[in-house]
Each structure stands twice: as C-alpha cells, then as structure tokens.
Design a protein around this ligand. Sequence first.
Ligand code: NAD
Ligand code: DAU
Length: 364
Amino acid sequence: MTAPGPAAHLLVCGGAGFIGSCFVRDVLGRRDGTRVTVLDKLTYAGNRANLGDVEADAEMASRFAFVRGDIADASAVAPLAAANDAIVNFAAESHVDRSILEPAAFLRTGVDGVHVLLEALRRETERARRSERAMAPRFLQVSTDEVYGSVDEGSSVESDALAPRSPYAAAKAAGELLVRAYHVTYGLDVVITRGSNTYGPFHHPEKLIPLFVTNALDDLPLPLYGDGLQRRDWLHVSDHAGAIAHVLARGAAGEVYNVPGSAELTNREVVVRLLALLDKPWSLVRTVADRPGHDRRYAMDGRRLGELGWVNQVGFDEGLAATVAWYRDHEPWWRAARGGDWDAYYARQYAARLATSSAAEPSR
Ligand code: NAD
Ligand code: DAU
C-alpha cells in the first residue's frame, strides 16, 4: 500500500463540484503541506466559485492549482498523473434524471474517462517499478450506493452483486468494474468508496434538497415524484469528504468501502423537515409523475468503514438546518447555478409533470 501521507501531492478530478470542492477545502484546510491540483471540465455542475475560499486564502492558494480539462483527454491527464502521488476521482455526470434524458455524457465520463485515468495510472505504476519515480500513485474512485440497485430490506454489503437500474448507476458500476479489473490485472493501488445520498452547501439545485429549498424560497411548486415514500440515507457532505480522505489514507488496496449516511428517511419526511425550517406551507408540494425505474430504497452496511476507524460527525437535523441557512445566505450562488441550460432542463424535466400534477396528500 502506498497511501499518501501529509505533504502529498493530490490530483482531484471533478474538484469543482459539490463533494469534490468540499474535499479540496477540507484537505487544504488541514494545513499539513498537502498540495492539490484540481482537474475539472467545468460542466454545468462544476463551478470555480465553489473553490473561492481556497483561492482567497494566500497559504491555501499557494498549495493549490486549477486545470480546466476533461478526464477523458489523455493528453491533459498524463502530465498530471506523472506529477502527483494520488488521484481522487470525483468527476462524473451525477444527476439520475439527466441520465434518463441523455445518457451519452454519463458513459463518456464514467467509463471512457475512468479508463483514461487508469491508463495513466498504469504507466506511472510501471515507471515506479522501473524506479523512475519514488512510489506508484494510489487511485481512489468515488462511487455510489446506486450501483447496488434498489434494496427492499436489509442493507448492502460490499460483496453484494451490482444491479444498477439507471444509466447513471450503470455508468458508475462500469467505472468501478474497470478500476477493479486494473487492480487485479496490473496490480494498481486502487480503493473505491460507495457513498450514500449526500447533502450540504454548494449542492447543485437540480437535486432534491437544494431544488426544494430554492423553489420554496421563491414560492414555486415542489415536484414530489410518485408517492414520495422512496427512502434515502442522508450523508452530510463534510462526512462524505472526510470518509474519502480517511479511505485514501488508510484503505486496503483493492478494497471497496461503503459510506452510509446518518438518517434513513422517506422523501416526504425530508420535505416535512424542509418546510418547517423554511416556514413554508405543505400546499407548495405537488405530486408529479414518477421517475422511470425509480429506486425505492438505498441502505448500506458501514461496518468495513467503521473498522477502518471512521465515524460520521454530522447529525441530519443539525446538518439540514445549517444547509437551509446556507442557501438563504447564498442566494447569488444558487441563482447563478440556475443559469446556463437550467431553464431548458427544468422545462424538459418538469413542465409536463407539473401540468398534470395534483396537490400532494398531506404527509403520511
Ligand atoms: P457534481 O455534479 O456536483 O460534480 C461533478 C464535477 O465533475 C463537476 O465539477 C464537473 O464539472 C466535473 N466533471 C464532470 N465531467 C467531467 C470530466 N469529463 N472531466 C473532468 N471533470 C468533469 O457531483 P457530486 O455530487 O459532487 O458527485 C461527485 C462524485 O460523487 C460523483 O462521482 C458521484 O457519482 C459521486 N457520488 C455522489 C453522491 C451525491 O449524493 N451527490 C453520492 C455518492 C456518490
Ligand atoms: O445515492 C447516491 C446518489 O444520490 C448519488 O450517486 C447521485 O449522484 C445523487 O444525485 C443522488 O441520487 P438520487 O437520485 O437519490 O438523488 P436526487 O436528489 O435526484 O433524488 C433524491 C430523491 O428525491 C429520489 O427518490 C428522487 C426524489 N426527487 C428528486 C427530484 C430531483 C423528487 O421526488 N423530486 C425531484 O424533483
């Protein structure tokens, strides 16, 4: 195992997104000499403003570099892989609903992009074996509980079969399987994390919690899919980023680690809490046509990560209240995130649904 210690040089792919930017802020915020280079394509979901705190702090900025580029571009990746001790890959198209509308970009980044990263890692590992660099780089692939598919009861363990049910989840599973194959075939030092539904500051407003918070702030309808009784296990973004750093430093090569959340709730239960925090009425909630292939429930067993010494720090009620406060205080951020293709996406995703929606029955 060649886990990077303090003062390591990390390449963080997708570090301008929601979870990646939290990871970068937290790692640089430890002020232990670690250097971070972010490689990010800046898709609609990537935002350099998410790294504003880092760039505004002279000491952190001195250990930080930003490269705009695509993980599927081998010429962009090669020199960065050569210059770093580890690669942490957050880069992905991350929204299930968009994967149902347009799957191609999910496969390009989730499969071709991961393949390009692994080929660079393979070259660097061979260079280390020839003593042309000190150590082979470690690779951490950020994956998701969605690779297990819908879990009616119990909780998924890392050895369970993968059964993805959306183009997004299938692309994530394919990426993971490539990572595993490169470990087995070429002996690369890899670890994989499977994270639960994450929430917190800087979350793009297309996702359930920030969509409902920002719509409610504008008194717009809140489109609840189907009966709203789907269950998710919510994980605060700082806990997700912290668990990833923990696995990067301590995980066993070739292993997969579930990263469960702290609160399994139905979507209705989440919405009730949000409306109470926002002091908005239930009448904003509309029942709309369900997501095709909608996974009913995710739940993961976290024992393996627990044995590695990781414990989540943020309770859901505390984390949700702070998240709602953050959106209230950062209106320019979320209004800007609703720029670009937002209106076209929103119309495509919700116009017909809202036109045929009904008042949601009060929460059960
Ligand atoms: P996000 O959409 O907020 O961020 C993704 C980032 O990747 C963006 O900055 C984007 O510009 C960048 N990116 C996309 N394609 C790229 C490419 N080809 N090359 C370089 N950069 C590219 O996503 P997120 O919610 O922060 O998720 C990060 C990772 O965590 C993803 O791999 C996702 O599958 C996984 N994950 C997310 C959650 C969650 O609830 N958000 C839970 C478990 C796992
Ligand atoms: O479980 C981990 C996954 O969590 C990550 O891998 C994904 O990247 C991340 O986007 C998230 O996926 P979900 O599909 O669970 O998250 P989303 O916020 O899109 O939806 C959460 C739940 O809320 C889900 O049951 C669908 C429902 N929903 C969502 C939206 C956007 C609605 O009812 N209405 C909506 O408008």
